[in-house]
Design a protein. Structure first.
Length: 137
């Protein structure tokens, strides 16, 4: 079993990420998580060019998110993402967001994804080697 893929992305909180109180809007957190998840997909063998060619895409089917502390305008954030679990037809990714240099978790998130073949929209099983590589059960 290989170590679960993980990576960290970085974001600076901009004006367009905040609401009138100067704190990050909930949709902005999801955009930042989307960036991390897209780059994590590349580590799993689903780079953008490959997905465009095969028309096989990971699609979010569930998001669980806890907003613990607000990020603020100008904060430099680290988004830590990892593959958490592999099932037969879906996989879970986990994310934590922190201000750079801090151990305080601002946001924690889990997302379940399924592979979908486009344009038919038909769900597909995960690649067989994923279970061997990362499930380890």
């Amino acid at each position: 079993m290989s170590e679960m893929p993980m990576l960290t992305t970085h974001e600076e909180v901009m004006f367009f990420d905040t609401d009138c109180a100067g704190v990050v809007h909930n949709l902005a957190y999801l955009r930042m998580i989307e960036t991390c998840r897209t780059k994590l997909a590349g580590l799993l063998g689903m780079d953008l060019a490959g997905m465009a060619e095969t028309r096989l895409f990971p699609v979010v089917v569930r998001t669980e998110i806890d907003y613990r502390r607000p990020a603020k305008l100008g904060d430099h954030l680290e988004i830590h993402g990892c593959l958490e679990r592999v099932e037969r037809a879906r996989f879970w990714c986990a994310f934590e967001m922190k201000v750079k240099g801090s151990e305080t978790v601002l946001v924690s998130c889990r997302q379940a994804l399924a592979m979908v073949q486009m344009p038919s929209g038909r769900p597909q099983r995960l690649p067989a080697d994923w279970k061997e590589k990362w499930q380890g059960e």
